[in-house]
Ligand binder design. Structure first.
Ligand code: TYD
Length: 214
């Protein structure tokens, strides 16, 4: 396989299915003989751990700018400790969320979105760009019903009004990341249907990586 690897990110609102689809895509790629690794943000590193505590309500300082700085620091460490070493081995690296989440969530919770977006882009300027970002497009009410089904305690950003705003933002993500390859996928329907849509897009790029290696 190419020593460049392939870096693919899945994004969407809470309940859009990124975690499920990253897991399924990873399994499918491995079963098809690809070298694939999966990861997530917040990461499993020390800053990611702190962020997960904050998302579930402890500690209580969660100003958008504090969150943007911590997410950017977590990402920088995540890229250095996992993503780049795996890509250097030629792997297909799948991440459940990346900097599009910072653009979406931290700007949507700021007092001046346009100003926040510029600053968040700048904070993330030195992290590696994904080869592909897939946005799972799901209506906020469908995602909310899925979260209710999971029955887990609500996290920091899981309010209906905010989720509606985020869904609109994600539909227009390419505007904020004009140099990235972004593909919107219909995230509604069964898990299997969405999995098939995701795989159809990914396999074209994955095949390219495989052919470069032979
Ligand atoms: P989620 O991906 O749903 O993880 P889990 O399934 O473990 O609960 O939750 C992560 C939350 O963090 C989600 O609400 C989005 C938010 N987030 C940001 O606000 N900014 C970011 O940069 C990232 C990566 C995530």
């Amino acid at each position: 396989m190419s020593s460049q690897g392939l870096f693919i990110v899945l994004e969407g609102i809470d309940g859009s299915g990124t975690t499920t689809q990253v897991r399924r895509l990873h399994q499918r790629l491995v079963s098809e003989g690809f070298q694939a690794r999966s990861t997530r943000e917040p990461s499993d590193g020390p800053i990611g751990l702190l962020l997960r505590q904050m998302l579930s309500g402890e500690p209580h300082w969660t100003r958008w700018s504090t969150m943007a700085l911590l997410f950017a620091a977590d990402r920088s460490h995540h890229v250095e400790s996992e993503i780049e070493p795996w890509l250097a081995q030629g792997a297909i690296v799948l991440s459940d969320r990346y900097d599009a989440s910072s653009l979406a969530y931290q700007s949507a919770t700021s007092s001046d979105e346009a100003d926040a977006l510029g600053w968040i882009c700048e904070l993330n300027r030195h992290v590696r760009r994904p080869d592909l970002t897939l946005v799972l497009d799901v209506d906020a009410d469908v995602a909310s019903a899925r979260r209710a089904e999971r029955g887990e305690p609500a996290q920091l950003y899981e309010r209906m009004e905010l989720q509606q705003k985020l869904a609109v933002f994600y539909r227009d993500l390419a505007r904020w990341m004009p140099n990235d390859r972004i593909v919107r996928i219909d995230g509604q329907g069964t898990v299997e249907e969405v999995e098939a849509r995701v795989y159809e897009v990914v396999v074209k790029l994955a095949a390219r990586v495989r052919s470069e290696a032979t």
